[in-house]
Design a protein around this ligand. Structure first.
Ligand SMILES: Cc1cc2nc3c(=O)[nH]c(=O)nc-3n(C[C@H](O)[C@H](O)[C@H](O)COP(=O)(O)OP(=O)(O)OC[C@H]3O[C@@H](n4cnc5c(N)ncnc54)[C@H](O)[C@@H]3O)c2cc1C
Length: 304
């Protein structure tokens, strides 16, 4: 729950106190952030981190399309990167995108410059920062296939440029070479694609989005795939085989269209989603002996 002392603390410029996070997520679910900050540029972000007490935990948020924020909210500071919007091509052909650039905008920008391999980004409804953190992928493409380097920021607000080979990258996972969770956040990615103009960018973006809306419950409140696919199988197939399509807890329901999606029908709480996830995990484990692992990141505190 929200720290009662928060209002007595000194506000750092641009910071908001006690903000609901529900509207910042694609599920429209989530409690209150003790502190919320939208850095308008990377210099101000660096200053913010440098000013914020080191005791305050930090949570990074892009477009909130892969997070379940618990009903008790998030302690410390939530930093939402949406305003970090620089996107340009360098003289050597590489593309630089700041963390808050949407993947859709990035796909349009890159494909308009003849980089057909970037088209898959159009199907990911998040930011470049989120795509870097998750190694997001769609239609056979994955974010880190195309990353040359990234700029990171640490807890003290210092920047470091790192090359892609400094990371251990896997299916929806990016860790340090020692296999540890990253201690720094992504400020920008530098991407290099081969020139492949034979695919007509806009048309193939349209085609990809058309395919997507025929198989997924587009237009509903969801977070995309809730679970990672287990090796050699599909989480959706397993959940469907457990007869869980349409299963509901409160206002959270397993999508009748795609079993790896949980939809908020309007008033679902995080506790409803977590209860539904528990039913799914127990059912799949007892029926198939397979343990499902969440792809969605569960953040914050449970309600008291
Ligand atoms: C309808 C739908 C379809 C989807 N389809 C796909 C798909 O095909 N493929 C796929 O991979 N994903 C898919 N997703 C999930 C989601 O869009 C991706 O994981 C996306 O990359 C998340 O980006 P975001 O900006 O929304 O990140 P958020 O949800 O805001 O954050 C996700 C995680 O990344 C961390 N993070 C965010 N920004 C940063 C940063 N700058 N530095 C460090 N950490 C950061 C957060 O702390 C959190 O742990 C889908 C989601 C929806 C709603």
């Amino acid at each position: 729950m929200l720290n009662k002392d928060a209002k007595e603390e000194v506000l750092i410029e641009g910071e908001l106190l006690s903000q609901s996070l529900a509207s910042l997520t694609s599920w429209h679910i989530g409690g209150i952030a003790e502190r919320l900050y939208y850095p308008p540029d990377v210099e101000k972000l660096s200053h913010y981190l440098n000013t914020l007490s080191l005791e305050k935990p930090i949570t990074w948020l892009g477009l909130g399309s892969n997070v379940l924020i618990r009903d008790g909210g998030i302690k410390g500071a939530v930093i939402c990167t949406r305003q970090l919007q620089e996107l340009y091509q360098q003289a050597d052909g590489s593309i630089v995108a700041q963390a808050g650039v949407t993947c859709a905008k990035f796909a349009r920008f890159a494909s308009a410059r003849g980089f057909a391999d970037a088209v898959f980004f159009a199907g990911i409804p998040g930011t470049i920062g989120g795509a870097l953190a998750m190694n997001a992928g769609a239609f056979g493409g994955e974010t880190w296939e195309w990353v040359e380097a990234v700029t990171m920021i640490n807890r003290q607000g210092q920047f470091t440029k790192r090359s892609a080979n400094e990371f251990d990258v896997g299916y929806r996972s990016v860790r340090s070479k020692q296999g540890q969770p990253l201690q720094e956040a992504f400020i920008e990615g530098i991407f290099r694609f081969p020139l492949r103009q034979h695919t007509e960018g806009k048309n193939s973006i349209r085609e990809l989005l058309r395919k997507r809306s025929s198989s997924q419950p587009i237009g509903t409140l969801n977070c995309g795939s809730v679970y990672r696919n287990p090796p050699g199988d599909f989480a959706a197939r397993l959940i469907e085989a457990c007869q869980l399509k349409g299963h509901q807890v409160g206002d959270a329901i397993v999508s009748p269209k795609h079993a790896n999606f949980i939809i908020n029908l309007g008033h679902a709480k995080a506790r409803d989603v977590e209860a539904l996830m528990e039913i799914i995990e127990i059912s799949v484990l007892s029926q198939f002996g397979i343990k499902l692992f969440a792809e969605v990141k569960i953040l914050g505190q449970k309600e008291d």
